[in-house]
Design a protein around this ligand. Structure first.
Ligand SMILES: [Zn+2]
Length: 423
């Protein structure tokens, strides 16, 4: 079923109440919490600055009397009621935690912008059938406690909260203690269950890549999240004297590694422009100029938006490693195997229709990075809206986005939330 947004519709009316300056001021107000000298933000999950950010959000919600709830991993929900308030909500949101030297926009945009939608819809006076909620997911970044996307994964019961409680941060603080402090900071909020149904989930985020900027488009209609796989390759040769060992007697682990990586580079990149291939960690032992390397280990990170290609590339990796082993022993261990996520066709269509109706130029594209929406999509119809960020720079203090692009994304989001709530 496609969504057709007509001129003069209530959804478009609500979008007119999105206020670019108010959105920008709130973004900057949020960026003050945990601000760094070079313009970035350090707001670790469940830290005192994360608690302060949550309280700022709650104070804005308090101005309108919006209902607020928490679940047991401190995912925070703010609700604009609908006329059928017991129906599953249409939910938007993202995360308030940042990388240790993160920017002002990654995550905060989806939460603060989601709140701007609530305020715009409220001020427009239009009626919505299903409730609309904004969520701040706990610990998306995974900078303080691993893994990331923890709050959304626990929400959809991909991870169990009990299994995370003993995790420690770099200072030895247990997650259970940091979580308790966060939950105790809002004693009046009532609790909700994990996996409370949503009728749809739509997350706004900066792109964190250069594609929209390069195309000079304002809105990224996100089709899904590309698959991500990590492998660790270990090559066992034999340490020997660099001067006395003849070439035909050597088991040189480094030479084998070089030929494997060169072959992988050409084979994997032949799958086209959407493929990403990176060897990010490389260890060569014993690391002495006059000893033939006896052991090399390296990681492979590869990504692609199609499931069949992810499977094919995994097979290529094992084949190339065994074909180029020569006299060495080569082992290949998968570390992460995240299949691509396809977003819901109806939600994708809704974002396209909303961007067209608002005359915002858009580009249909997969997400290169992982997001909470990728986990929510396992249970509920989900999608994402991207806006450009300067130079595609993210996870960096220099992260930057324009006030008008941010507002365009939130206008698009507002139209979608109203359409999804009323359809
Ligand atoms: Zn993010």
């Amino acid at each position: 079923m496609s969504i057709n947004i007509k001129a003069g519709s209530e959804a478009l009316l609500a979008a007119q109440f999105v206020d670019q300056d108010r959105l920008w001021d709130r973004m900057m107000s949020m960026a003050d919490i945990g601000s760094l000298p070079n313009g970035g933000v350090n707001r670790p999950a469940l830290s005192s600055s994360d608690i302060e950010a949550r309280q700022r959000l709650l104070s804005w919600a308090g101005d309108f009397g919006f209902e607020t709830k928490l679940d047991n991993i401190a995912n925070l929900f703010i609700r604009l009621p609908g006329s059928e308030n017991n129906a599953p909500p249409v939910t938007t949101g993202s995360h308030l935690d940042t990388q240790p030297r993160g920017g002002k926009f990654d995550g905060a945009y989806g939460v603060v912008g989601g709140f701007e939608c609530l305020e715009a819809i409220y001020r427009s006076g239009i009626k919505i059938r299903r409730p609309i909620e904004v969520v701040a997911w706990t610990n998306e970044e995974g900078g303080r406690y691993q893994p990331g996307v923890m709050g959304s994964s626990i929400y959809v019961e991909e991870l169990r909260l009990e299994d995370q409680l003993n995790k420690k941060d770099a200072d030895g603080i247990r997650l259970e203690d940091a979580l308790k402090k966060t939950l105790d900071s809002t004693p009046l909020l009532s609790r909700r269950d994990f996996n409370s149904p949503m009728s749809a989930y739509l997350e706004a985020h900066i792109e964190q890549g250069p594609i929209l900027e390069g195309l000079n488009k304002t809105i990224g209609v996100v089709s899904g999240i590309q698959g991500l796989c990590w492998f660790e390759v270990e090559i066992f040769g034999e340490e020997a004297h660099a001067g006395t060992t003849p070439l035909n007697k050597r088991k040189d682990a480094l030479q084998v590694a070089i030929s494997i990586i060169a072959k992988l580079q050409s084979s994997i990149l032949s799958y086209g422009d959407s493929t990403r291939f990176t060897v990010g960690r490389f260890i060569c032992e014993p690391g002495s100029p006059s000893t033939i390397p006896g052991r090399v280990s390296f990681t492979i990170d590869f990504r692609h938006p199609e499931k069949s290609v992810i499977e094919e590339i995994s097979n290529v990796i094992t084949t190339v490693c065994s074909n180029h082993a020569n006299d060495c022993k080569v082992t290949v261990d998968p570390l992460i195997f995240n299949m691509p996520v396809d977003f819901d066709p109806r939600v994708i269509n809704c974002v396209e229709s909303a961007a067209s109706a608002l005359n915002h130029e858009y580009n249909l594209m997969p997400s290169g990075a992982g997001h909470d929406a990728g986990y929510i999509a396992k249970c509920y119809p989900a999608g994402m809206i991207f806006v450009p960020c300067a130079g595609g720079v993210s996870h960096n203090e220099a992260e930057s986005a324009s006030a008008s692009d941010l507002a365009a994304g939130i206008e698009t989001l507002t139209v979608c939330l109203v359409e999804l709530a009323n359809s």
